[in-house]
Structures are given as C-alpha cells and as structure tokens.
Design a binder for this molecule. Structure first.
Ligand SMILES: Cc1cc2nc3c(=O)[nH]c(=O)nc-3n(C[C@H](O)[C@H](O)[C@H](O)COP(=O)(O)OP(=O)(O)OC[C@H]3O[C@@H](n4cnc5c(N)ncnc54)[C@H](O)[C@@H]3O)c2cc1C
Length: 438
C-alpha cells in the first residue's frame, strides 16, 4: 500500500489526528507505505480557549499557538485553503497562499476544517463588527480597546469620548462571555494609568438573544455568572437582539440606542464553507454528516470530526456532539485509530464521550466551573481553568512558555500598551515618501 492521508485543517482535530497517526503509522511512514498531508492557511494550530487570555495580555500570542511543522516532522504541511473536495475522484482543489490553484489527490480524507462565525444580515455588522476566533482578531481587539482609552483621554469632545468607551459584545456563550470578561478586566485595570478615565467611565454591554448566559456551565452557574457580570457593572441584556449598528449607532430590539466604536460578534458558529464545496453529505445544520465511528455517512475513505461535522452523541441518543474542544480532541484520537483500523481492514469503533461540563475564565483570579457535577466559582474555578488548559495545550515547549508568561504576570503589572500600529506597518513609510515628494 502507498496510502496518502489528507487532512483538511490543522486545528484541534487536524493536529491531534496527525500527531497520533505519526506515532501509530511510524513504520509505514518510514517505509513510504503511507504519507500524511495537512492543508491549512496557517502554519500553526490555535489553542482557541486561550484567545481571551491573549486578548487580556496575560499570554503572549506566540505561546498559544502550536507550530505544525515543528510538532509534525513526518507530515507534509501545505499552506493555503482547500476550495473544493471531489471525493468521488479522491481529489481536492488546493489554493496555495500564492499562485495558481492545483489538484491534490488522496486515498483517505479527514475533514477537520472547523467553523467560522455565524453571522446574520444585520445592517452595519460588516462595517464595525469583529469576530473572536483567531489570534489576529484577539490581538486586534486588545489593541483597539487600549487605543480607544488613549482616544478618550486625548479628546475634548464628550461624544467622541463616550463612543470610544462603549464596547458591545453580542452572544453570551463561551467565547463572548470570556472575551468580554477578560477585556473588561484589562480595560478597568488600565484606567489607573489615565488621568481622566476611571473604571466607571467604561460602558460594557453584553447582548444575548436567549434568556441565559454561558449555557456550557449549566443553569445554576450560568445564573451566578450573570450576577457576577452585573455586579461588575456590565450591562447584560437578555432576550435582546442586535437590530443594526450602521456607522457605529447600535440599535437593540428592546428599543435601546447608543453609539459604540467596538462591537464583537460571538453569536455562534457554522461549519467552514469548504463543506459546501464538496460532494460529501451534509446534515440539516449544514455540517458534514458523520457516523459515530467518525466516518462520513454513506462513503468510504472519508472521515470527519470537530466543529465541521455533525457527530451523533451515542451517550445521548438523538443528539449531536456540541462543537467544542472537549469533543474535538477526543474525537481526533478515535478518528486516528479508526484510520489505522481502516487501513488494516479491521473493525472501526464508535466515538463515545459524555460531556463532562466546562470551566470558563472571567478575568484575572475570577472564573466559573461545572465539571463532573463539581461547581466552583471565583478563584478556585479560575485556578482550575488555568490548570486544565495548561494540561491541554499541546507540547511541553508551549506549556513551559505559558507558565513563564503567567509567572511573570504574578510579579509585574500587566502590559497595557496598544500596538495597533503593527496593523498598518507601512503608514509611517508612506508618510515619509509623501513628504519627499512635496
Ligand atoms: C474564544 C474561544 C474559546 C473557546 N473555549 C473553549 C473551551 O474553553 N472549551 C472547549 O471545549 N472549547 C472551547 N472553544 C471551542 C473550540 O476551540 C473548538 O470547538 C475547536 O477548536 C474545534 O476544533 P476543530 O479542529 O473542529 O476546528 P479548529 O480548531 O477551528 O480548526 C480548524 C482548522 O481548519 C482550517 N481551515 C478552515 N477552512 C479550511 C479550508 N478550506 N482549507 C484548509 N484549512 C481550513 C482553519 O484554519 C483551522 O486551522 C472555544 C472557542 C473559542 C473561539
């Protein structure tokens, strides 16, 4: 056999599947009987649960990503996107970062392309909204919040100041609550360096269409989280939808209207669009239709897991596994083992994992947890959140770097500089060229 295993996406599922295959198929890989390729636009896997901590400046963004080429020396990494999957022909169309698209043939495919923000056609959303799924978004938001404190301190126009200091987050799941709580904590902490801005001048608004926050930790802890956020002065608007935000003028379904410079959209995810450009079957929610054994339903040689796949939850008949890292990382293990079984003609096994609950960080030394029925709040939950994610972040190298970041933060005050200029690195040079012309 010379089997080419192609993994579309190098995130949780892609990285962990490849890691395990690299180990389990080491003889075949050495003997040239198997090859593994990952295609991903990035050359790293993002540990998404650390995005809020990176946004708050507790972690260096470089330490929350895992470099694919270093961790997977036996795997070929191609940077670019898969734009089409023709499984009938066992070929994908690969658009490299530069140059013409080309076809890449395979014998076995793993669809691990994850998800993107699920947006709605709300007027103004594309102009001022920003998501919270990538390192780029998290760091841009951090820079933006700090830059807006500078703007507010430097203006004499009360309208400009009020608008700069108003921050809106839409969606009160994991990503929204953690992003808001960490950013609010950082901004509040930063006000000590400003003469004319105090914590009470900051306005944070959390907009949620349903009647609860953080459903991942259950109703009781969700209610506690809601109270905590409100005690911190955050306006939490439940049963409320964003109607429009044209030009930064926010209109909510409860009739509230105000201006804001920043609007973070975290109201759910949908599968990566590549699933629509494939001949693989989709379920009613547009995800790749997977079996409990993590194969693509009704096909041979195709596997799928993670946020892009609808995987039946065998511990909860009739339901699907939720799109989270808890499932993604465990599915990857079973998926890799099933690929090995498939190549060896053995019987595949089903993925089985009962959701154990969740932990969430709510800012420095604050958190909430409901894991295996154990409910924690405040510092113990925050400590659990950190130790759990430290144990999960890939490679010893990253773990050490994360611990060093956290240790430094114990002894020194938080970094509160906006490096937003990095997003426009050529502005200064262009201005210099313009001066020469004059
Ligand atoms: C802020 C935040 C906090 C979170 N916190 C938690 C938490 O505390 N606990 C928890 O369990 N879950 C958490 N999650 C959810 C968790 O991170 C995701 O469920 C998990 O990353 C899904 O893994 P995946 O492999 O399916 O997708 P991803 O890890 O997103 O990987 C998908 C990969 O596919 C690549 N890709 C996409 N399209 C293409 C294409 N066309 N061609 C090639 N490559 C492509 C992407 O670049 C990406 O690298 C959090 C998510 C966010 C955003």
């Amino acid at each position: 056999m010379n089997k080419h295993i192609l993994i579309v996406g190098g995130g949780y599922v892609g990285l962990y599947t490849a890691l395990r295959l690299q180990r389990k198929l080491h003889r075949e890989l050495r003997g040239g009987e198997a090859r593994i390729t990952i295609i991903d636009p990035q050359s790293y896997m993002t540990y998404q649960p650390f995005l809020p901590e990176a946004a708050a400046g507790n972690l260096s963004p470089r330490h929350m990503v895992a470099p694919l080429r270093r961790i997977l020396p036996k795997v070929r990494i191609l940077n670019g996107t898969v734009t089409k999957v023709d499984h009938a022909e066992r070929v994908v169309t690969f658009q490299p970062a530069e140059g013409e698209p080309r076809q890449v043939a395979y014998d076995v495919i793993v669809m691990a392309a994850g998800s993107i923000s699920r947006t709605l056609p709300i007027p103004g959303l594309t102009d001022i909204g920003i998501g919270f799924k990538t390192v780029g978004e998290a760091i841009a938001l951090r820079n933006r919040v700090l830059h807006l404190l500078d703007v507010a301190e430097s203006t004499e126009d009360p309208e400009v100041r009020r608008r700069a200091l108003t921050f809106v987050v839409v969606g009160a799941g994991f990503a929204g609550v953690e992003a808001l709580a960490e950013l609010e904590d950082m901004a509040k902490d930063s006000t000590r360096y400003y003469r004319n801005i105090g914590p009470a001048d900051l306005r944070w608004v959390l907009v949620e269409a349903t009647n609860r926050v953080l459903p991942e930790v259950g109703p009781e802890m969700g209610k506690w989280t809601l109270e905590q956020l409100r005690e911190r002065g955050i306006e939490v608007k439940l049963d409320t939808r964003l109607e429009s935000c044209e030009g930064g003028h926010v209109v909510l379904s409860d009739g509230t209207e105000f201006d804001a410079e920043t609007l973070v959209w975290t109201a759910g995810v949908k599968p990566s669009p590549v699933v629509n450009d494939s001949d693989l079957p989709l379920d009613e929610r547009g995800r790749i239709k997977a079996t409990a054994a993590l194969t693509v339903a009704g096909t041979r040689d195709a596997f799928a897991a993670g946020d892009a796949a609808g995987v039946p939850d065998v511990t909860n008949p009739g339901q699907y596994c939720a799109p989270n890292a808890q499932h993604a990382v465990r599915q990857a293990k079973v998926l890799a083992d099933n690929i090995v079984r498939h190549l060896r003609g053995e019987q595949l096994v089903d993925y089985r994992h009962k959701y154990v609950g969740s932990v969430a960080g709510l800012g420095l030394h604050q958190g909430v947890a409901n894991v295996y029925g154990v409910k924690l709040r405040g510092f113990p939950a925050w400590f659990m959140h950190r130790t759990y994610h430290l144990s999960r972040v890939p490679t010893l190298n990253r773990k050490v770097r994360v611990v060093v970041d956290w240790t430094l933060a114990l002894f020194f005050k938080r970094e509160t500089i906006s490096l937003g200029e990095m997003e426009h690195p050529r502005d200064g040079f262009r201005a210099a060229v313009a001066t020469t012309r004059r």
